[in-house]
Write a protein that binds this ligand. Structure first.
Ligand code: HEM
Length: 402
């Protein structure tokens, strides 16, 4: 069915779920002329597409081809150098090689060891909230927590945290499709140059004086004669900041909003062992990523439609996670939901590498906040969302602490 699916219309940004339900129940897929893409909306199709090796994750090469045609390549050198090396945009065999090297730092035992210091970062932030009556949860808690976690993971000092935040926000405007931001290419390019330069400096230091941090681990992999070169280390660190910051910020913010709106705070504050299930439900119900792109490499068929090489597919997680064919009462926010096999972290080969860290930050962050402020409430009933295709991102979340 060819039409414009209006994913960026005001009502679809405010409430993508009702909008997507209407589309999903009318047809299994759509051709959106304005996006120049096919949209997959049903759970089984989205999951199948995530593991379909005929679909390529490299959606940046075609993008750079188009930019080249506009004569932008020289001006966007850093963007090109970094983004083409991101593991999330690569296919095998390159993906297999990069993933194996980076995965080491994220193995379950390594992440479990992070529990202690993530808990202390959370405590530090809860303390800093003090006794303010009303505050923006995003500015004071949801955004700083992941930056502190990643900064510590990289082993960079606290004074670099504000730079990390700015760099991450500028890259976001490009990668998550902030069409409204006219200078997004320039901002991303400037920040990528600065951040890459900063990382080259840190790498040089770690070669001389290695520490117990992720950058030292990646440098050691390179020096052992494995296959990560310095540009790949830089690109991987940029990806980890970008992938880990905005998404986790939105997990915490969308999560607190859902918990407070649905009256689940008291139960979770009194029994923190329920937090991990609650985090899974947040990821399903109102998760940080709404959709992911794929590029057709070999012909595929979805929803009875043959789709040829060169076409683009949008795998709409926000629709799949509310598909009544897979989830019972999908519109209900149920922090005790069982068998919650959502696709909030993607699926298969590119399954989120940081999922275990994000889950820890979600459970520890929201758990500690609710324990300290069991009577917290929303200070508004109108919410402003960023008009983005891929990300579900609130601008602010005003909260009364109780
Ligand atoms: C709640 C928070 C998060 C969500 C919802 C999320 C979501 C996702 C999704 C949907 C993908 C799959 C992309 C695709 O298939 O094209 C992905 C991949 C990835 N994520 Fe996350 N992410 C989160 C947090 C993090 C964190 C904290 C890190 C690291 C510190 C991280 C690092 C990565 C990396 C490196 C990949 C690429 C994996 C690959 O291509 O093999 N993510 N993430």
């Amino acid at each position: 069915m060819a039409q414009v699916t209006e994913l960026l219309a005001d009502h679809a940004i405010a409430d993508p779920y009702s909008h997507l339900a209407g589309l999903r129940e009318a047809a299994p897929l759509y051709r959106d002329e304005r996006l120049g893409a096919w949209l997959l909306l049903r759970y089984d199709d989205v999951r199948a597409a995530f593991r379909d090796s005929r679909l390529s994750a490299d959606r940046v090469s075609p993008y750079f081809e188009r930019r080249r045609a506009h004569g932008a390549m020289q001006r966007e050198r850093a963007t090109f150098e970094v983004l083409t090396r991101w593991i999330v945009f690569t296919d095998p065999p390159r993906h297999t090689r990069l993933r194996k090297l980076v995965e080491y730092a994220f193995r379950p035992r390594a992440v479990e060891r992070m529990r202690g210091w993530i808990a202390s970062l959370v405590e530090e932030l809860v303390e800093e909230l003090g006794t303010d009556h009303e505050l923006d949860f995003i500015e004071r808690f949801a955004s700083p927590l992941p930056v502190r976690v990643i900064g510590d993971l990289f082993g960079v000092p606290p004074e670099n945290r504000s730079d990390l935040t700015r760099w991450s926000e500028d890259i976001l405007t490009l990668v998550f499709g902030a069409m409204h931001s006219a200078d997004r290419h320039e901002r991303a390019e400037r920040s990528l140059r600065e951040f890459s330069e900063f990382l080259h400096g840190v790498i040089a230091e770690r070669r001389v004086c290695p520490g117990e941090d992720l950058i030292s681990d990646l440098v050691a992999a390179e020096e052992r004669g494995d296959v990560l070169d310095e540009e790949e280390i830089v690109a991987t660190c940029v990806l980890l900041l970008f992938a880990g910051h905005e998404t986790t910020r939105n997990l915490l913010a969308n999560g607190l909003k859902a918990i407070l709106e649905h009256g689940s705070a008291a139960a979770l504050a009194s029994d923190p062992s329920r937090m991990p299930d609650a985090v899974e439900e947040i990821l399903r119900f109102d998760g940080p990523t709404k959709a992911m792109w794929r590029q057709v490499a070999e012909p595929v068929e979805y929803g009875g439609q043959r789709i040829g090489p060169g076409e683009r597919l949008l795998l709409v997680q926000a629709s799949a996670n509310r598909d009544p064919r897979r989830f019972e009462a999908p519109e209900r926010f149920d922090v005790a939901r069982r068998s919650n096999r959502h696709v909030g972290f993607g699926y298969s080969m590119h399954y989120c590498l940081g999922a275990a860290i994000a889950r820890l930050e979600g459970a520890l962050g929201l758990g500690a906040f609710l324990e300290r402020f069991p009577r917290a409430s929303l200070a508004t009933d109108t919410f402003e969302w960023d008009p983005l295709i891929l990300s579900r991102s609130l601008k602010r979340l005003p909260v009364r602490l109780g």
